[in-house]
Design a protein around this ligand. Structure first.
Ligand code: ZN
Length: 312
């Protein structure tokens, strides 16, 4: 969804951590955290031509939804509602679409009534002029990272309950997340934070942004005060300023932001293949991607251990 070229760096967090392990001072984390090969397998599959660019309402999107449902079900992820699917209908530019969010649930061990929503959108641009827009970075990368979280939670159950949200229709105006917050299965006031991942698999500069810290002091400190990686930089920024620098409105996190729910949005700068048919698996940066997912998990872990957030 992003249409932004400019960027501003507010702070560079330099990081020193053992590769492959989450740095954490308040709980013990077992390594390996997740299987990198599986992560790459999922992004490669979801961005293959067989999924036809995953346009909302098309057979390709249905195939992607079924892939996510199978992955959640095979790994014993419970549905947030009566089923994993939250169907919805909306109109965009005089066309009516049927979308479906996929919502999984992991019960928290300490704060089961408080929820962290970890999200990514599975839809993309589909087929235009005979060309398939595979959307590897945008956003098969975020959806595949959801599966790594599924794997991680098997051995590291979260303290807060977690909603694993694969939203539909982001590319058509964040319709899936908009529907979700308007029809939330649990009261919105029980959602502590939204961690949204959209475009996390490539960066020429090895930079991952954490957007949204300007709105929440606890999240700002979680990003600023810790060292997350030796190989990539986690940067604050892109959450204020003029429209072309500001990614607050750029993806599904905005639906939570508009309801006053704190968010962190993880994403990279726009690149040459952004919203092009060349946003393919071959153009992602596997090492960056694997490390980015580790960093995001590490941030999740800080959030999950934050008393300030859970007490709000
Ligand atoms: Zn996107």
């Amino acid at each position: 969804m992003r249409k932004i070229i400019c960027f501003c760096l507010l702070l560079c967090v330099s990081v020193f951590n053992t590769y492959g392990q989450i740095e954490n001072t308040t709980s013990s984390i077992k390594a390996p955290i997740f299987n990198d090969t599986l992560l790459l397998h999922h992004i490669k599959t979801l961005s293959s031509d067989a999924f036809e660019g995953r346009r909302t309402g098309t057979p390709g999107a249905l195939k992607a939804a079924n892939y996510i449902i199978k992955e959640f079900t095979d790994n014993a992820i419970l549905p947030l509602g009566k089923s994993l699917e939250q169907p919805f209908t909306f109109t965009h530019e005089d066309t009516t679409y049927n979308g479906v969010n996929i919502l999984g649930y992991v019960k928290g061990t300490t704060y089961p009534q408080k929820y962290v929503v970890i999200s990514a959108h599975y839809d993309h641009e589909g087929i235009k002029n005979g060309q398939i827009y595979n959307g590897a970075d945008d956003d098969a990368s975020g959806v595949s990272a959801l599966f790594s979280f599924v794997e991680y939670f098997k051995n590291n159950p979260p303290k807060h309950s977690v909603i694993l949200a694969a939203f539909d229709a982001e590319e058509l105006g964040m319709e899936g997340s908009k529907y979700y917050v308007n029809n939330s299965i649990i009261p919105l006031k029980q959602i502590v934070v939204n961690l949204n991942m959209d475009m996390i698999s490539r960066s020429d500069k090895n930079e991952l942004f954490a957007v949204g810290t300007v709105f929440n002091k606890t999240l700002e400190q979680i990003i600023s005060n810790h060292e997350y990686s030796t190989t990539i930089s986690l940067l604050k920024g892109h959450d204020q300023g003029n429209w072309n620098e500001n990614w607050t409105y750029a993806s599904d996190h905005v639906s939570f932001h508009r309801r006053g729910i704190p968010f962190l949005y993880f994403g990279v700068d726009d690149h040459a293949d952004y919203h092009q048919p060349t946003d393919d698996y071959e153009n992602i940066h596997p090492e960056f991607y694997i490390e980015a997912v580790k960093v995001i998990m590490s941030v999740f872990n800080k959030v999950d251990n934050s008393l300030q957030l859970s007490n709000n």
